[in-house]
Design a protein around this ligand. Structure first.
Ligand code: SAM
Length: 402
């Protein structure tokens, strides 16, 4: 991924799409009493405004021809490992609930690649879930998921059900790969005792960022971080994690939530030297730090504070059942075995295939690639925690770091 401050010029159609979204944002700014909207509201509109937001409207987004690439797109080895973790838990959660097997609920399923690879692996293990639910906010991606599953696992298509709200009395596993990083965040700057919230205003015919004194709730959250910095310090807070996990917890009767994303523990997130925060944007595989560029055409994302996730889990009565790096999660769930199995199944062009697979393993697991930057956290409800050593966290469980 390349970092840049200048972006390729979008096509005329794409530009006109972005201009439509800008005018909706401008209207909201101009009708606000303060003549501004918070950065979080801006990010929400840029990503999820009905018919216009980045994730909602019809651009390709994820994959080689999109703006960024995710682990399930890099290699099906990733999803096979996740499936192996699911297999360990599916039957366990079903026992005592009158079900032969639990269900899977995938949040934000992207292209549908992970769903189809997980279903195929669980079929191999004779551990198919009762149902594989997908909940996504993007109508465009839902269509793409349906096409992918039809293409890769047509015989399992009837296992998949797209839902628009959380199920009730869910028994099974909830999966979210790179979902938390796509949630809108508050951006703040602390300068000594002064704490500001980033807003977006309309000035000189364009969107501009402006700092305003932080509202009491945000001020309190920032003060709780006890930032140790002499220079102005800018970063983000996701204030929705608690409400989001509360809803999820209420919909689960018994099960495990497995979230995989890039991020840090709180101590690392708010290190003094990370004084510009972690918010970045992706546009055609270029990284930039200008979220006001081309709203609707580029992804805006912030790293995840996993300590905040664990604290919200705790507040909602979930157990933090495991926390480790993607490298260790994949190693624990059988990355090497899956690699060898794939290699054995190939009869021709073995050298070339081996090279490709090895490249995929490197990208997924090397500490300098996704291996350490990406973390996995498991949150459980109603499992017999003392008797359940989760496969993915068997070695190098790092809950102590949270
Ligand atoms: C960065 S993409 C990741 C897609 C996919 N999981 C992958 O790994 O390729 C983020 C996805 O999360 C979805 N999303 C964001 N917030 C969500 C929420 N609250 N519930 C469900 N999906 C959400 C977006 O619509 C988008 O599909």
């Amino acid at each position: 991924m390349n970092h840049t401050q200048s972006l390729p010029e979008p096509s005329p159609d794409a530009l006109s799409h972005s201009e439509k979204l800008v005018s909706v944002i401008r209207e909201e700014i101009q009708s606000a009493e303060t003549q501004s909207i918070s950065f979080r509201r801006y990010m929400e509109m840029a990503l999820y405004q009905p018919k216009l937001g980045y994730y909602v409207a019809g651009s390709h987004k994820i994959g080689k021809h999109g703006d960024f690439i995710t682990a399930p797109e890099i290699s099906s080895l990733f999803s096979q490992c996740v499936a192996n973790q699911c297999a360990q838990i599916l039957q366990k959660v079903a026992s005592g609930c009158g079900l032969s097997n639990g269900c899977i609920l995938e949040l934000g399923a992207g292209s549908g690649k992970m769903a189809s690879d997980i279903l195929l692996e669980l079929e191999q293990q004779q551990q198919l879930p009762e149902s594989y639910y997908i909940l996504d906010l993007s109508p465009d991606l839902i269509k793409r998921q349906q096409d992918t599953i039809q293409k890769n696992a047509a015989h399992l298509f009837n296992k998949v059900e797209w839902i628009t709200s959380l199920p009730q009395d869910f028994v099974g596993i909830v999966l979210g790969n790179e979902v938390l990083d796509a949630m809108p965040v508050d951006v703040f700057t602390q300068n000594g005792n002064d704490i500001y919230e980033h807003h977006v205003i309309w000035e000189n015919e364009k969107l501009v960022e402006q700092l305003k004194p932080a509202k009491p709730k945000l001020r309190e959250q920032v003060l709780d971080l006890k930032l140790n910095t002499e220079k102005p310090y800018t970063s983000e807070i996701n204030p929705n994690i608690n409400a989001w996990l509360k809803n999820l917890t209420e919909s689960i009767e018994k099960g495990l939530i497995l979230l995989i994303d890039y991020g840090y523990t709180k101590d690392e997130y708010y290190l003094p030297e990370r004084n510009k925060g972690t918010l970045i944007c992706h546009y055609q595989h270029l990284v930039n730090e200008s979220p006001l560029f081309y709203p609707g055409l580029q992804d805006i994302t912030a790293n995840v504070d996993f300590t905040a996730v664990a604290e919200a889990a705790d507040a909602n009565g979930l157990q933090v059942a495991g926390f480790t790096s993607q490298l260790h999660f994949l190693t624990n769930t059988g990355l090497e075995n899956y690699f060898l199995k794939k290699l054995e199944s190939k009869n021709e062009n073995i050298k070339e295939y081996q090279y490709q697979l090895a490249q995929q393993v490197r990208t997924l697991s090397l500490p300098s690639e996704m291996g350490e930057r990406f973390k996995c956290i498991a949150l459980s409800k109603g499992l017999d925690e003392s008797n359940t050593q989760l496969l993915g966290f068997e070695n190098f469980d790092q809950r102590f770091r949270l």
